[in-house]
Every structure is written in structure tokens, then in C-alpha cells.
Design a protein around this ligand. Structure first.
Ligand code: AMP
Ligand code: GLY
Length: 423
């Protein structure tokens, strides 16, 4: 079959790499793809912000299945449009994607369905923010309602800081339209967990859990990013906890969406905080996580096409995934300045050598390829991913590979999975 993957980051490279292993795939397209994906799939130009462009591309390529990577096309309604035309597509509709595209929708939904989450207040103006802040302790979390690529969340140490951030968001200066509404939230303490499930609108089956590292600096310091690294092991969540998360979070979400007439099909990413009061939902993403997908798919032993198809065709079951007990880790190598402004076009060296290390796969995120050479083309450039029997071995392999790679301004965290190793 012919498969089209939409997107062009590290997550999409991992999807392409895994899909290509399926004997069922005869041709793989990725739009727009990137420098590394171009070695494993046919890359096609597309404007991910334009429904017209996406539709025209699929009309031309006629894929047997389209897999949507990033949130933006979901929010535009690419799944609604393709489904209306009778084209098989993996991902949630625009209405179901609101779980990610609107934090106020997600919070009210969680409250309606009694799913554990932090206390919150939704505000459309500073007149609402000021009195609402009175109900919170500090630190307090200020979030832009809409999509902001990881840049719409600030943990404010004081109420003055929170008010200042809210004012910046509401004015449109900070994250544009996405900040026209803000959500204030109780700050939760604990370990974060990325818990992803596959859903066909009714049934769910979990993927292996992962842990992301959102802050740019070692020891979780500095500003938030899209994710600087992630790891996955068999014991991040034991079977009892996994079942609890399925029964008390994932299943109620999918059931609630169905009741509300917005069936959720695709991957539901539950961003959780494991607090002293139990697991609580921080956020939802309505797609595979980036960079979590890289280490998660490194542990997948069964056919990804079969699983995605089960979701599209409404027959998700326990047996859709078979996982390795190995550990895996992904270290993101970023451009100088990221998550702030950065320059692109720096030549990348050492990729071949890094990729030769047994157990290592270098996924490309923001790269381009010209005359057999690779150049930086984004904030997050590479996701250096390794798999081994034990987490410490996987971490050593990933950093050994990072050591072979170089580009001007490059930076990466040296402590991915370090907390798990000291436990
Ligand atoms: P979000 O986009 O909502 O996941 O927020 C990005 C990051 O901000 C999360 O991964 C957490 O690290 C942090 N965060 C969000 N909400 C909270 C909260 N209520 N308490 C503590 N940290 C939070
Ligand atoms: N790693 C978080 C995300 O995919 O949004």
C-alpha cells in the first residue's frame, strides 16, 4: 500500500522509519519531510497550513492511508476533509482535536467528566485575571488557550509576574491570537509522564510510556521548549499503573468525547503529573508526541501500519502493539539560540559515523539536504536515539553518537534520563 505521512520533524522521521519496516508498504511519501526523511521516503512539497494544499497533494498521490503528524493540519480539519472525500486518514477530527487546540475546552471537558486535573480559571481579560489570581497560591501557571508550540506556558513565581504574563498574552504580543484567552492553573508537583494511547473512537490500547524533558537546560532549567529529549523503559509505569491510567483517564476521555459527539480517533497523548494526590492531567495532545515518538517507536516490535489501520477502521484491540522490554532514549540536538531565535543553514558533520553505532538511529528534525550534505533548518535539528537492554547503556550509546556530530552553535542537554538512572 501507499502511505503519505504529513509533517517534517523528528516525529515524522520516526514514523517513516517504522512504517518502512512494514512489508505491507510499497511506497512511502512524506510532505514536506526533511533532509533525513528524504533518504527513506519520497518527500513532496506541501503547505501544512493550507487545507487546499494538503487536499491537492493527496488527490495527486492517492495514498491508501494518510498519517497526520503535527497538530496544525488536525486543527484545520484535514481529517474531516479527507474523510468526507472517502480517503483513509489517521488522526482526530477538528472537533476532537480541540482537546489540544483549546486548553479551556480541555479543562472544562476534564471537569465535566470528573477526570483529575489541576484547579484552574479561564480569563478573557485582565479584569478577570486580577480577582482570579486571588484564588491561587504561588507559583501559579499561566497558559495561552491556543496552540503555541510549547511557548504558551509560564510558571510564574509571584502574582505580579503572573499578571504581567497574562497581560502580555492577552494583548497578543506574546503568542498572537493563541493568547486571546488565558488559563490560570494551580502549579502541580511531581514527575511528568507522557502516556499515549491509540483509539478508534471507542476502544483504547496504550503505547509504552515515556518521559519528556521540556526545559532547555540541564537540571530542568531555562525556558520551555518543544522537548529536548525523552526516554522510555518498561518500568516507567508498571502494569497496575498502566491499567489505572487507561481506566481512569484515557477511557473516560474517549468515552466522554463520544458522548459529546466528537469521537476521538488517533493517538491521544495524555501529559500527566504524577502528584502526591495521584496522576493528574496537565495537557492533551491529539497526536504522537515529539520527541517521545522517537524512543517509543524504537521499542515497537509489531507492524505500525496494522495498528494505525485498526484505529482508522474501528477495531483497536489489546494486541495491536508488541513491545520490546529494552530501554530507549532520544537526545535532541538544537540550534544555537533555540528556543529563542536561531540561524539555519549550518552544515552538519559526523552523521554517518554516529549512525553506524549499533543500536543508534539518528532521526532528523530540522534539516535539509543539498548535494549529499545535510544542513540545519530548524530549532530542533536532530533526535539522536538509542536502544539497549538497560537504560544506562542506551544513554551511553546516545551520547556517544552525539559526540560524533557537530554543527555551528549546537547545544543539547547532558542529563536526559539522568533522574531515572539515579533513582
Ligand atoms: P503544557 O503545554 O500544558 O503541557 O505545559 C507545558 C509544560 O509546563 C508541562 O509539560 C509542564 O512541565 C509545565 N506545566 C503545565 N501545567 C502545569 C501545572 N499545572 N503545574 C506544573 N507544571 C505545569
Ligand atoms: N513533547 C511534547 C509534545 O509533543 O508536544
Amino acid at each position: 500500500m501507499k502511505i503519505l505521512v504529513l509533517g517534517g520533524g523528528g516525529r515524522e522521521h520516526a514514523l517513516v522509519w517504522k512504517l518502512r519496516q512494514s512489508p505491507r508498504v510499497s511506497h512511502l511519501y512524506c510532505a514536506p519531510g526533511n533532509g533525513g526523511i528524504a533518504d527513506e521516503a519520497e518527500c513532496l512539497a506541501v503547505d501544512l497550513k493550507s487545507l487546499e494544499s494538503l487536499t491537492a497533494l493527496a488527490a495527486r498521490v492517492k495514498p491508501d492511508l494518510t498519517v497526520v503528524g503535527p497538530e496544525l493540519p488536525l486543527t484545520l480539519g484535514v481529517v474531516d476533509e479527507f474523510t468526507r472525500r472517502g480517503w483513509p486518514v489517521f488522526g482526530p477530527t477538528k472537533a476532537a482535536a480541540q482537546l489540544e487546540s483549546s486548553k479551556s475546552f480541555a479543562k472544562e471537558f476534564l471537569q465535566r467528566h470528573h477526570i483529575p486535573t489541576a484547579h484552574y480559571a479561564i480569563c478573557d481579560s485582565m479584569e478577570q485575571v486580577r480577582p482570579a489570581l486571588g484564588h491561587f497560591h504561588t507559583p501559579v501557571v499561566v497558559k495561552a488557550d491556543g496552540l503555541a508550540a510549547g511557548k504558551g506556558v509560564v510558571i510564574a513565581k509571584s502574582k505580579e509576574e503572573a499578571a504581567g504574563v497574562a497581560a502580555e498574552m492577552l494583548s497578543g504580543r506574546m503568542v498572537g491570537e493563541s493568547g486571546a484567552r488565558v488559563v490560570l492553573e494551580e502549579c502541580l508537583k511531581g514527575d511528568e509522564l507522557s502516556f499515549l494511547v491509540l483509539s478508534d473512537g471507542e476502544r483504547v490500547t496504550p503505547l509504552v510510556a515515556a518521559q519528556d524533558h521540556k526545559r532547555v537546560g540541564d537540571g530542568d532549567t531555562g525556558p520551555n521548549t518543544g522537548g529536548m529529549g525523552a526516554y522510555s523503559t518498561a518500568d516507567i509505569v508498571d502494569d497496575t499503573m498502566r491499567d489505572w491510567l487507561v481506566n481512569h483517564i484515557a477511557r473516560p476521555v474517549v468515552a466522554g468525547m463520544k458522548v459529546e459527539g466528537a469521537e476521538f480517533k488517533g493517538v491521544l497523548y495524555c501529559g500527566l503529573m504524577m502528584t502526591a494526590r495521584g496522576p493528574m492531567v496537565l495537557e492533551f495532545n491529539t497526536r504522537f508526541g515529539d520527541p517521545e515518538t522517537q524512543p517509543i517507536l524504537m521499542r515497537l516490535e509489531s507492524d505500525l501500519v496494522d495498528a494505525l489501520e485498526a484505529a482508522v477502521q474501528g477495531r483497536v484491540s489489546e494486541g495491536d502493539f508488541r513491545w520490546s522490554r529494552d530501554a530507549s532514549v532520544c537526545v535532541v540536538m538544537a540550534s544555537g539560540g533555540y528556543p529563542g531565535t536561531f540561524e539555519a543553514g549550518k552544515q552538519i558533520s559526523g552523521l554517518e559515523e554516529a549512525g553506524k553505532i549499533e543500536g543508534v538511529k539518528v532521526f532528523h528534525a530540522g534539516t535539509s539536504k543539498r548535494d549529499r550534505a545535510y544542513y540545519t533548518a530548524g530549532g530542533r535539528v536532530l533526535g539522536v536515539t538509542a536502544r539497549a537492554g538497560q537504560l544506562d547503556a542506551a544513554v551511553s550509546l546516545a551520547y556517544e553518537a552525539c559526540g560524533k556530530i557537530g554543527f555551528h552553535g549546537m547545544h543539547y542537554r547532558r542529563d536526559i534520563a539522568a533522574r531515572a538512572l539515579t533513582k
